[in-house]
Design a protein around this ligand. Structure first.
Ligand code: DAT
Ligand code: MG
Length: 151
């Protein structure tokens, strides 16, 4: 059991398009456990820290406008290998290359409106969870199906 946590965030386009429930359902039915959840207006400062690797890109100003344009639903999901598995569930960054069956492959068409964020590595997940959530906002609980979803 590789117990990991990852940050998943439904971006403003996903919230506007009422996709929050369907996206959360995919993580629930896969067998992951929700340990943190909130809706927030992302500040320019939070976004700059979150996307620090993209701040010099030409598309950053429009990315900032988009990500701060409306509410975001941020979640922390926990479970075996959740970081890698959720990247696969979310699909390619560019929806044109995302496979059907992935969130982006099912719900989006353009890279600038790709509906959802998922951490891409252990270091990234740890950094992003600390950035987006306070420790007390994460719940430590045992789900009743634990022994039936992972050894
Ligand atoms: P991912 O979200 O798959 O981790 P990323 O971290 O490289 O991808 O980029 C973060 C977000 O920035 C991505 O979800 C959408 C936006 N983005 C990336 N490349 C872009 C591009 N070429 N044009 C417009 N937006 C882009
Ligand atoms: Mg990324």
């Amino acid at each position: 059991d590789v117990r990991e946590q990852t940050l998943i965030a439904v971006k403003p386009d996903g919230v506007h398009r009422r996709l929050v429930g369907q996206i959360m359902q995919r993580f629930e039915q896969r067998g992951f456990k929700l340990v943190g959840l909130k809706m927030l207006q992302v500040s320019e400062d939070l976004l700059a820290q979150h996307y620090c690797h993209l701040r010099t890109k030409p598309f950053y100003p429009s990315l900032q406008d988009y990500m701060t344009s409306g509410p975001v639903v941020a979640m922390v999901w926990e479970g075996h290998n959740v970081i890698q598995t959720s990247r696969i569930m979310v699909g390619h960054t560019n929806p044109a290359e995302a496979q059907a069956g992935t969130v982006r492959g099912d719900f989006s068409i353009h890279v600038s409106r790709n509906v959802v964020h998922a951490s891409d590595s252990r270091e990234g997940a740890e950094r992003e969870i600390q950035l987006w959530f306070q420790g007390k906002e994460l719940l430590n609980w045992e789900s009743c199906d634990q022994t039936f979803t992972c050894e």
